[in-house]
Design a protein around this ligand. Structure first.
Ligand code: SAM
Length: 496
């Protein structure tokens, strides 16, 4: 208990030093009469900002001067090793010249920010951002850091293939460590103990994960701002971001699919503004975009009930093909099936899998969502590929697997239905098993999040099945009749 108290006191002291530091920055504002940074660890949300009193819509809650953002423009690392900042890549700061020596042309905005954060962190008290770096987490719950047993909780989720641990390891080995090792005197100021490769590796992972969950895309100019807002005013395009920066205080806000504040990017400063009336005690929430829980977990290490509306599940084409073969496989020789399979895959537009998702309205201008998200249809690309596949069976096998348009539609739905069920069986447990596990309340936080992600996908698979069944309506009998009628001519046309 004493240890807990000490740790809590340290946590509170670190928060307070950060706030004091922030308020001392020229041009910074923080409405401490309206808001406070709170310890939300009891609900696994780290620190967050909470309303102390009712707040009127459009109130500016805090202001962050651009000079306090950690980025290539502000860090002293640029003066120390100017060479690595000469981006020779495209305008987005991406470079593909890919040298393995960690020199200029192999860096991009992502790796540069990792180097900057490592540099500032190793400067200790000499870094102007020390109180900010002290409130950044040293451990993360993103799947990148999960054990194989924890990852197994994701079962058949496509998230398993997107964790990216190996890619991150390779990037650190080729682009981060060589720069630090080549400039030891810059990264390790006098008196600072050198870190060995393992320690540096861990530090680079930590900074990379902090960037993933905390960094902002700093639009370069007004044109970029306008363009972004025309496209989608809420969506933070984290893949294509141009100039990355760590924005103290803006990144103290937690986020959800419904939110009540937003960060406005001004010329000299960024401001956090209330989107609507916020009641005393409510958390001030930002928005990371319409992300499925799997993606929220991958980037930020958490899941929320409200993000479940954006859940997605991948339906592999192999299951569709297997379903079709199951139903009408005997009409074409195995060798022809094989050839059709190859032909379809050689098409430039061929898709290995299709993403299923619900239709959902965007949040309104006050950050609120109306109505439920519902499954309203399969991707057009899936039915297009199905048609292409059937065409190939005509070309190769000289068979018309499904003669008329209506029958083709129903066969398509049947095959998709089979594929959805097969996809659901790829998960080791059923939706009902998972619900019992959640209800029992014995899961660790990571297990709980893994179970949520897989449950969200299974739930969506069930909704898609219901939708498909509904579309098929009473047509089942008609289809079997059609297939029976088809049997004769198709069988006759079959090549042997
Ligand atoms: C930009 S930071 C927000 C501040 C953070 N809570 C902290 O203590 O530093 C993003 C991280 O906060 C946490 N977070 C954000 N929104 C959350 C939410 N609605 N529920 C739980 N955790 C959340 C996640 O760990 C995420 O990676």
């Amino acid at each position: 208990m004493q240890i807990d108290n000490d740790a809590d006191a340290r946590f509170a002291a670190t928060t307070q030093s950060f706030l004091t530091w922030f308020q001392s920055l020229p041009g910074a504002t923080f409405r401490s009469d309206l808001i406070a940074i709170e310890d939300l660890r009891s609900r696994n949300a780290g620190r967050g900002i909470v309303a102390r009193t009712d707040i009127a819509a459009d109130t500016v809650l805090f202001t962050i001067p651009r000079s306090s953002i950690i980025c290539t423009a502000t860090s002293a690392l640029k003066n120390e090793i100017p060479g690595i900042f000469d981006l020779e890549g495209d305008e987005d700061g991406n470079s593909d010249s890919g040298g393995e020596d960690g020199t200029s042309s192999s860096q991009d905005s992502w790796t540069l920010l990792i180097l900057i954060l490592i540099y500032e962190y190793l400067q200790g008290d000499a870094s102007q951002w020390k109180p900010y770096l002290d409130v950044l987490p040293s451990a993360f719950d993103t799947p990148m850091f999960w054990s194989p047993t924890e990852l197994a909780e994701l079962q058949a989720s496509a998230l398993v293939t997107k964790v990216g641990r190996e890619e991150a390891d390779r990037m650190i080995r080729s682009k981060i460590l060589p720069v630090i090792r080549g400039h030891d005197h810059v990264f390790f100021p006098h008196g600072r103990q050198r870190l060995d490769d393992d320690q540096l590796f861990e530090l680079a992972h930590r900074m990379g994960s902090a960037i993933m969950a905390y960094a902002f895309d700093l639009e370069k100019d007004d044109d970029a701002n306008e363009e972004a807002s025309e496209q989608d005013e809420w969506v933070d395009d984290r893949e294509g971001r141009t100039m990355l920066g760590m924005v103290p205080m803006a990144d103290m806000l937690n986020a959800d699919a419904e939110f009540n504040a937003y960060i406005n990017h001004g010329a000299d400063s960024l401001t956090a503004t209330a989107l609507r009336t916020i009641k005393a005690g409510e958390e001030i929430l930002n928005y990371y975009g319409p992300l499925p829980n799997g993606e929220l977990l991958r980037r930020y290490g958490y899941v929320t009930p409200k993000h479940a509306r954006y859940d997605v599940v991948e339906l592999p084409w192999d299951l569709i093909e297997a379903g079709l073969r199951e139903r009408v496989g005997d009409r074409m020789s195995p060798a022809d099936w094989e050839q059709v399979n190859k032909l379809t895959r050689s098409d430039d537009d061929f898709e290995e899998s299709f993403v299923l998702e619900r239709s959902s309205e965007d949040p309104d201008s006050t950050g609120q969502l109306e109505g439920d998200a519902t499954f309203t249809g399969l991707p057009d690309e899936l039915s297009d590929q199905f048609k292409t596949f059937l065409k190939a069976t005509k070309t190769v096998g000289h068979v018309d697997l499904v003669s008329d348009k209506d029958t083709r539609k129903v066969v398509f739905l049947q095959v998709v239905f089979d594929a959805l069920r097969a996809r659901e069986r790829q998960y080791a447990t059923s939706l009902e098993d998972d619900q019992s596990l959640v209800d029992a309340g014995q899961l660790t936080e990571r297990q709980r999040m893994g179970v949520w992600v897989r449950m969200g996908e299974k739930q969506l698979l069930r909704e898609a099945q219901t939708w498909v069944q509904h579309q098929m309506g009473g047509l089942q009998d008609r289809v079997s009749d059609d297939l029976r009628q088809d049997d004769g001519p198709a069988a006759k046309r079959r090549r042997t």
